[in-house]
Design a protein around this ligand. Structure first.
Ligand SMILES: C[S@@+](CC[C@H](N)C(=O)[O-])C[C@H]1O[C@@H](n2cnc3c(N)ncnc32)[C@H](O)[C@@H]1O
Length: 273
């Protein structure tokens, strides 16, 4: 990367452990990018930044027949899985490569839509990221971003262990250079990036059936003890392995309650370039 080109200095909190990918691979354009779908048209060129295992990317490719979708991520390893997803679906209009959102290697105005789902909360400079997303978007095109907002997540019942989980997550994510309460900040970041035409919405994922509770609580219990997040928590002196085990057990116990309910609020922005 040339001289003073800005590059990622934040740590991606979750990493790509199986417990993390369990939730990423569940994602679809319908459950994660509904605010954008109505804007898509055949033939569009889309850049999906921080595409991870590519299930949303592949859906976007299906929604723009005759168009071209490019998925990029800083982590080369996860792109192997993303390519597999596209191959299994027989998609021919999608390709993947490595890129850092702070310094995209594309000429100005290369895409009709530039999309990032659950990415800006993890980057070191979200305003710089949105500025760069805007640069590679054609005039009149769209920059679309959706991020959860951890402090706005809400649940019932409320065991103290889940409060401990939230408090610890905030500390670990911020120590790594991210902003876990990103959903509420997207509009502000977009304004600072120079956008003037910004549509804001919010939507939530809800987990409450027996299967949903088992899945959501299980993946968080496993992330808490086995993922890169667990390692960052212990290595950074934020928690002991015993404390992580207690949080994981609080998640499992919460998931066993018939009346349990969890809501993950997301902020969304559609910005006209
Ligand atoms: C929470 S995952 C979201 C994956 C996918 N968009 C989804 O919603 O399923 C965030 C992804 O962003 C990637 N990432 C983190 N920092 C990035 C950066 N500076 N530029 C591009 N990708 C980045 C991570 O490697 C990770 O795959």
């Amino acid at each position: 990367m040339p001289g003073n080109t800005p590059s990622e200095n934040a740590v991606y909190t979750h990493g790509h452990h199986e417990s993390v990918l369990r939730s990423h691979t569940w994602r679809t354009a319908a459950n994660s990018a509904a605010y954008l779908i109505g804007e898509l048209k055949p033939g569009m060129r889309i850049l999906d930044i921080g595409c991870g295992p590519g299930t949303i990317t592949a859906d976007l490719a299906s929604l723009v027949p005759g168009g071209q979708v490019t998925g990029v991520d800083t982590a080369a390893d996860i792109l192997v899985q993303a390519r597999q997803v596209a191959d299994e679906r027989g998609l021919e209009n999608v390709e993947f490569g490595t890129a850092d959102v702070h310094a995209l290697d594309y000429p100005d105005g290369s895409f009709d839509v530039v999309h990032a789902h659950q990415v800006l909360q993890h980057v070191g400079d979200p305003v710089r990221a949105l500025t760069e997303m805007r640069r590679v978007t054609a005039p009149g095109g769209l920059v679309a971003a959706r991020d959860s907002d951890y402090a706005a997540m809400t649940w019932y019942p409320c065991p103290p262990g889940l409060d401990d989980w939230l408090e610890l997550y905030h500390r670990v994510a911020r120590a790594g250079g991210g902003e876990p309460d990103a959903g509420r900040r997207l509009k502000s970041w977009a304004l600072h990036a120079g956008f003037t035409d910004i549509t804001t919405t919010s939507t939530a994922w809800t987990f409450s059936t027996e299967d949903e509770r088992a899945w959501w609580s299980g993946l968080w219990a496993d992330r808490t003890t086995q993922s890169a997040y667990a390692r960052l928590a212990v290595d950074g002196g934020h928690a002991t392995t015993a404390e992580l085990a207690d949080i994981a057990e609080a998640w499992r116990e919460w998931g066993r309650q018939d009346d349990a309910w969890f809501s993950v609020l997301h902020g969304e922005i559609l910005c006209r370039a």
